[in-house]
Design a protein around this ligand. Structure first.
Ligand code: HEC
Length: 196
């Protein structure tokens, strides 16, 4: 009795195999029968595609108002004269002027600031010397007593002709550059003075 049963199931198995494989279309690129097609074809919307589920039809959504990205430190002072004065009074540099921090500040200054402010912060950078930009005031001249809070505020929002650097420099980088600007403030107006 055992033998015919095995033969029977073998025939059913082969028949099922033939049926399944012969259901393919003649197109060789057609995958044929797909088991759980949603695993292959995601029902999600492409980032920049129209989306019927939202009134403004944008698939790419903005973060919920008031949400803060991980690791991001909100800046408490508004972009006003009062904000500038308050930041100037309250903010302190969390970094100390170790050789390492000042050297890092110098490195960043030479990338992001020197072309306008000049190597010694005297307002004679390359952009100024070739007439493309009006000279910024000298750090060791009119800006020699400028507080670090005001510097930070200017890096955050920009000031007149100087643009904001908030998207180029993270909080720590800004403070390290400020350490170097403080070193340049001490140079005095003698243009032959050197920083270490
Ligand atoms: C495109 C040219 C340009 C670049 C780049 C630039 N600055 Fe300035 N910066 C200026 C000008 C112009 C002013 C004068 C703004 C004013 O007071 O009207 C200024 C002003 C300043 C002041 C004085 C702000 C105050 O409160 O009066 C500081 C400090 C300063 N810049 C630092 C930096 C640092 C640090 C960088 C690099 C991260 C930088 N700047 C990059 C052009 C530039």
């Amino acid at each position: 009795m055992e033998r015919p049963k095995i033969a029977q199931s073998l025939i059913v198995f082969m028949l099922a195999g033939t049926l399944l494989t012969s259901c393919r279309s003649s197109d060789p690129t057609d995958p044929g029968y797909e088991y759980m097609p949603q695993m292959y074809r995601s029902p999600s919307y492409e980032t920049n595609s129209m989306n019927p589920n939202f009134k403004d039809s944008m698939t790419s959504r903005l973060p919920v108002q008031g949400s803060i990205p991980r690791g991001f430190k909100p800046y408490a002072y508004p972009n006003t004269l009062e904000g500038y004065e308050a930041a100037g009074k309250d903010l302190k540099n969390p970094f100390t002027a170790t050789d390492e921090n000042v050297a890092e500040g110098k490195r960043l200054f030479e990338i992001f600031c020197m072309h306008c402010h000049g190597a010694q912060g005297k307002g004679d950078g390359m952009m100024v010397m070739n007439g493309k930009f009006p000279p910024p005031p000298s750090y060791s001249g009119p800006l020699k007593d400028l507080t670090v809070g005001k510097m930070y505020h200017t890096l955050q929002y920009g000031k007149n002709m100087m643009g904001s650097h908030a998207s180029q420099l993270n909080v720590d980088e800004r403070w390290k550059i400020i350490l170097y600007v403080q070193a340049l403030q001490k140079l005095g107006n003698d243009s032959t003075a050197q920083t270490k």
